[in-house]
Design a protein around this ligand. Structure first.
Ligand SMILES: Cc1cc2nc3c(=O)[nH]c(=O)nc-3n(C[C@H](O)[C@H](O)[C@H](O)COP(=O)(O)O)c2cc1C
Length: 203
């Protein structure tokens, strides 16, 4: 099979969005679990894996789910500038995305995200006292009754208060294709008015 090669900025951007879009339903591809970077409250970078739940290409919005008690919430409140990273080894493509995060805790979007969540996913919102909080003993913070099963729909509802939907509107998408004998790097930036600026960069 010939090495895929990219010489068209628009086609490259389409391919980048497709790579990300594939990550929403397909748990086997790296775009399913991007790395999300925030600026910590101490000003230092913070990274963590997070599942990509939805992508609206037209609006350039990625949707993620998280626990409202996790430290990223406070970090985003303080500084909504975030970045995401994906490296797809099979496609030899790295994506570096940056944009502005917005939090949805108690609105229609959060409600819809919660309704669409599977019971096993909802279980993570039932941990006590909350992600990243200290434990006196080894454990996962879940009630004993839920150690080996998903909660019922009724049981899961206690987790709704901890569920947050996180959206990131992409401002810059940096795309890098790195194979042995062919390399390309492209940068796509959207102005505050939504105008796309595309250019090639040295990889
Ligand atoms: C494969 C994988 C998927 C994860 N998915 C999520 C997720 O969708 N949402 C989330 O908040 N944390 C997710 N996590 C946990 C985060 O990486 C992180 O530990 C947690 O959100 C606490 O982050 P914080 O303390 O920086 O806010 C995932 C971790 C792994 C390893």
């Amino acid at each position: 099979m010939p090495t895929p090669f990219y010489d068209d900025l628009n086609a490259t951007l389409d391919a980048a969005w497709r790579l990300l879009q594939q990550g929403v339903p397909d748990i086997r591809v790296p775009a399913h679990v991007p790395t999300l970077a925030t600026v910590g409250l101490d000003g230092k970078p913070k990274l963590r894996s997070i599942i990509l739940r939805a992508l609206d290409i037209k609006q350039r919005v990625l949707t993620l789910h998280t626990d409202s008690r996790s430290s990223k919430l406070e970090e985003i409140r303080q500084n909504p500038a975030v970045s995401l990273h994906v490296y797809d080894a099979a496609q030899k493509i790295q994506l570096q995305l940056s944009g502005q995060a917005s939090l949805h805790l108690d609105d229609a979007q959060a409600d819809a995200g919660w309704r669409a969540s599977r019971m096993l996913s909802r279980r993570t919102y039932l941990v006590h006292p909350g992600p990243g909080k200290p434990l006196d003993e080894p454990g996962n913070g879940l009630p004993q009754a839920l150690a080996f099963r998903a909660p019922s729909s009724t049981e899961s509802e206690q987790g709704r208060a901890h569920f947050a939907l996180l959206q990131v509107q992409i401002e810059t998408l940096d795309w890098l294709y790195l194979a042995h004998y062919s390399q390309r790097r492209a940068q796509f930036h959207w102005t505050p008015e939504g105008k796309l600026q595309s250019r090639w960069l040295v990889p």
